[in-house]
Design a protein around this ligand. Structure first.
Ligand code: B12
Ligand code: SF4
Ligand code: SF4
Length: 269
């Protein structure tokens, strides 16, 4: 039977605007990727990030508009990539800012019940989300949810509260689809693998990494929408093309030509 604490946590997350929430425990997490992912981010297991952790709550936020992928960098050039913690960010990825705000409500509730809880960006969220039952890791390597596809961003809360676990998502529903692999403008994807040095988001986040081929830097320069001096919109083409939960393209037709030019630029090729 689900405890009141668990069902309240889930309800608060859904009321805050997350579209899915699942829970797992450290004992169920094996062979998680850890260490540096290129120069982009260092990943560590939940028990290193927050030693008293008993439960991991993963919440999915529906990224229904391109603007959630906007990244604003501090003018001193220090970027948000080289950190495993939200708090030391010198830039703002809008989706994270929105998610932190919503996740705060769950943290406040857990604290009001006498528990400790923190947000986490430094644990490998995709395989943990699969363990929480939210979806499967598709050929894009992204977490694909049955209802919103990969068009979700993820945030975790680590807590010492003992919550009830969800069952892992067992299926891989990609079948013979190859849309994300074919749509990547930089040929960064092979099924279930992302060559991070070819992904144009990596090229943006790690401007000094010599592992990024010159050709990829050129594609990145050409395709990245830069609405202001200090901001850019991260590529999300592998998310956009997935047939799962794909919103009608009619929505794009409804916005004025000028406002959807950013979106169209990221489709140009
Ligand atoms: C580092 C990182 C990046 C790097 C590297 C990407 C990568 N794939 O590793 C760069 C900068 C390139 C990047 C790009 C993007 N990212 Co990113 N990124 C991360 C981060 C911090 C870690 C990802 C990670 O775990 N990498 C480690 C490697 C080992 O994991 P992996 O690629 O998933 O590898 C697995 C598979 O290859 C699989 N595998 C390998 N072989 C096989 C074979 C089979 C048969 C199977 C089934 C599986 C399999 O096993 C590996 C281990 O689990 C997470 C946040 C977090 N804390 O988790 C966000 C995150 C994954 N990114 C996210 C997003 C949305 C993006 C972008 C779309 C950019 C954007 N607009 O935001 C692109 C998408 C690129 C892509 N297709 O992966 C979201 C994904 C949401 C979702 N639905 O899954 C996350 C979770 C951020 C968030 N808070 O929401 N990202
Ligand atoms: S984010 Fe863009 S460049 Fe990176 S893998 Fe996805 S489609 Fe390719
Ligand atoms: S686009 Fe197709 S192959 Fe890629 S993740 Fe979605 S269903 Fe899987």
């Amino acid at each position: 039977m689900t405890s009141t604490l668990t069902s309240n946590v889930k309800q608060i997350a859904l009321d805050a605007g997350f579209v899915a929430v699942g829970i797992t425990i450290p004992d169920r997490l094996e062979n998680l990727p850890h260490g540096w992912v290129g120069q982009a981010r260092r990943l560590q297991p939940p028990e290193e990030e927050f030693p008293p952790v008993n439960s991991i709550i993963v919440m999915a936020f529906y990224v229904w508009d391109e603007i959630f992928n906007i990244n604003i960098r501090a003018p001193n050039g220090i970027d948000s990539g080289n950190s495993s913690s939200f708090d030391s960010f010198e830039g703002y990825f809008i989706s994270y800012e929105v998610m932190k705000n919503k996740a705060w409500k769950v943290i406040q509730y857990l604290e009001s019940q006498g528990h400790n809880a923190i947000y986490s960006a430094g644990i490998p969220l995709k395989p943990i989300a699969v363990q929480c039952g939210l979806g499967w890791q598709g050929k894009s390597t992204l977490l694909v949810t049955p209802h919103h596809g990969p068009r979700v961003n993820l945030i975790a809360i680590l807590t010492d509260a003992e919550l009830d676990c969800d069952e892992p998502f067992q299926e891989d529903l990609c079948k013979d689809c190859m849309k994300c692999v074919k749509a990547c403008p930089a040929q960064a994807l092979a099924p279930y693998e992302c060559n991070i040095f070819r992904c144009i988001v990596y090229a943006l986040e790690c401007p000094d990494d010599p592992e990024v081929p010159e050709k990829v830097r050129k594609i990145e320069q050409r395709l990245t929408a830069r609405p202001t001096v200090h901001s850019y919109i991260e590529c999300s083409r592998c998310m956009d093309v997935c047939p799962y939960g794909n919103p009608s393209r009619e929505l794009l037709e409804q916005v004025s030509e000028s406002s959807h030019s950013f979106v169209l630029r990221s489709y140009a090729l």
